[in-house]
Design a protein around this ligand. Sequence first.
Ligand code: SUG
Length: 440
Amino acid sequence: MREFNFDGLVGPTHNYGGLAPGNVASTINEGQVSNPREAALQGLAKMRFVHGLGIGQGVLPPHPRPSLRALRTLGFSGSDEHVLARASREAFHLVRLASSAAAMWTANAATVAPAADTQDHKLHVTPANLQAMFHRAIEADTTTKVLRAIFADTSRFVVHDALPGGGQFADEGAANHTRLSVSGRPAVHVFAWGRRAWGDFVGPKKYPARQTLEASQAVARLHQLDPERTLFVQQTAEGIDAGAFHTDVLAVGTGCFMMLHERAFNDLRGVIVRLRELLGDRFCYELATEDELPSKDAVAAYPFNSQLIEKDDGTIEILAPKDSEETPRAKDFLERVVAGRNPVTAVRYLDVRQSMHNGGGPACLRLRVPLEPEETTAISARVFYSESLAAELDAWVHKHYRDRLTPNDLSDPLLARESMTALDELTRILRLGSVYDFQT
Ligand code: SUG
């Protein structure tokens, strides 16, 4: 089995809408001028880098934005130009919501369980409903279509419907899920949640908790995971209130290793003890205390939103955002991890600043999909990274993307048209067929 990181290509409307309360970067950077071309190229550079390390790399396409379909469902009608003009005049904030390129953070696209872990030995994927926020909830339909176009072989893959609506089943996908494994033992799945729909809990006071326990439990059931090896842990209220809206802001894990902040989970000691029981002594972790690395710095610099790159020899390299290199406490922590008794041998820093300014680091930008060799060959869409695909995507970005976008530009009907033209062409490059509403 080999893990593929499916990165989201940043869309042509990438902008700073200030749309996500509880996501500090999104709030701070509201209204800034964005550079969609640079954002997309930073994403492609990350894919090239990871692929160069010998790691499986895939790509997921952006969604049509502004979503004229979303605006139509809200009562704006007529031609595309009419819809956009009237919505801009009467309810510009809805245009902003319908224009977010947030589908780029594919850690929120879905939760995945590899065939090795499921009862029916198929790979299970549940697209996230992203109920917590409108600008993200509109992703689920297209995500489902795209994932079904890629994981089309129903003898091997099950792409479920997103969980049904209602805030009780709010699901944010893999950003709240970690799969851990050591050779010789079945894997363990850790699902984290921020609130529960039924039953008491102590939640955050300042910012919203997005994922519900009930959603996590439903995904685990759909994926036919072994209940004995599935943990449901609560994100701390303090962590969410510090800006850790998803678990992957304060914790990351792969194989036998986890790197986490003490404000990641409630009952942290209990969680560690249970992981040791299930995974044995080879499980190891590095923990940052609030003293060593204040959660404020962790949220600003995203050291836990690193990708952990597992090499064939079992060693791990940390792929951290450049912002962590520039934040002394975050950098010191990462260097301590490299020096520690664990499989980590190096940290490398990457510039994904366009994404970071909206609260999305390296780990947010990718969906992990562990695939068997036969599963890889069963996928006919051209979504696996190669130098020739990268060169085409690079040229495609240069051809279609603007290098400057202000909030007011979102009302420009030409931008909507450019975005549709670009995405239509992209589905041909990626051999996805028709997956967008404007194509049907
Ligand atoms: O849902 N930002 C995204 C960032 C998602 C990061 N993903 C993970 N942690 N896995 C969010 O908060 C901001 C959009 C704006 O403000 O324009 C936004 O939606």
